[in-house]
Design a protein around this ligand. Structure first.
Ligand code: DDH
Length: 288
């Protein structure tokens, strides 16, 4: 009877808050890693787990957490994410009852909130799937392409241009790695703080093509220490994208609000939730 009760135990919000807290602690244990936080790479894991969603066939997305399996783990877009999956495995050992999809998406929520971003409403409900549920290569955006490609990829997930532009603001965080994507450098001067700097820099700096042996990317003319991918730069070129990117550059609160809504939706694409309402998890600071 006791064993049966344990199997049927439904974790509560307090249980998920404990997982959130452990992720937040691990994020800060990064030491010499990158810019001193695992937050950006955990955010990228949550995004790549969710961004495989295809609205037309209702396949992909964070349910099933199929990036655990080859060949999806080996897709070029996912290079470097083994670091993030390894960190999440540490958390999974301590809280074995959580599904990988819930764990990885909660990691994205913790990353955004702990790095100073908006609250991201989140709820559990994803289940672990099998290798046969894995998605084909090519569903995530290719940084070398133009505005048409970016629109197509986000529309396939069911997003508008406005939501696509809001989601790209996540590039305020983290950096590109030569040994992962081939690209190199951070987008902003504060890659572990969630800001709207990605948009302000896009419009305020002069961006020139970097002269180097690597893939085509831009650098800021003034310091040559920041970068933009071709797909970032199109937000200043395409008229529809530009309208929203300008609005986010001018109004940080608007960006925070729209990012929260779009990112919460991204994490839920293709997940068949029961009726429960999403929760707001508390940041470590709020629990002091
Ligand atoms: Fe991104 N991204 N991303 N990205 N992304 C990279 C890094 C990070 C594209 C390409 C790259 C989003 C959209 C796009 C983050 C979050 C998000 C890198 C570098 C490439 C390349 C990887 C490496 O070398 O380590 C492209 C293309 C798009 C696009 O939309 C057209 C979105 C929507 C998000 C999100 O989170 C909502 C984050 C964070 C990083 C930094 C990772 C790190 O390790 O640092």
């Amino acid at each position: 009877q006791a064993a049966k009760a344990a199997v049927n135990y439904t974790p509560t919000k307090a249980d998920y808050q404990k997982v959130y807290n452990r992720i937040a602690e691990i994020m800060d244990d990064a030491g010499e890693y990158d810019d001193g936080s695992y937050g950006p790479v955990l955010l990228r894991l949550a995004w790549h787990a969710s961004g495989t969603y295809d609205k037309a066939t209702n396949t992909g997305g964070s349910n099933y957490a199929t990036m655990r399996f080859d060949p999806e783990a080996l897709h070029a877009a996912n290079a470097g994410l083994a670091v993030a999956r390894g960190l999440m495995d540490q958390v999974k050992r301590e809280f074995p009852w959580i599904s990988y999809g819930d764990l990885w998406t909660l990691g994205g929520v913790a990353a955004v909130q702990e790095m100073g971003g908006p609250k991201i409403p989140w709820r559990p409900g994803r289940i672990d799937g099998y290798a046969r549920d894995a998605t084909p290569d090519g569903r995530l955006p290719d940084a070398a392409q133009g505005a048409g490609h970016v629109k197509e990829i986000f529309a396939r997930m069911g997003f508008t241009d406005q939501e696509a532009v809001a989601l790209c603001g996540a590039h305020a965080l983290g950096r590109c790695h030569r040994d992962r994507s081939g690209y190199d450098g951070p987008w902003t001067f504060s890659p572990t703080t969630f800001t709207n700097d990605y948009y302000t820099l896009l419009f305020d700096e002069s961006w020139v093509w970097k002269k180097w042996g690597g893939p085509k990317q831009l650098e800021d003319k003034k310091t040559r220490s920041l970068m933009m991918l071709p797909t970032d730069y199109v937000l200043t070129q395409d008229t529809h994208f530009k309208k929203h990117a300008k609005a986010y550059a001018a109004d940080s609160a608007l960006f925070f609000r729209d990012f929260s809504a779009a990112f919460a939706r991204l994490l839920e694409l293709g997940v068949p939730f029961a009726a429960a309402e999403p929760w707001e998890m508390r940041s470590l600071d709020e629990q002091k």
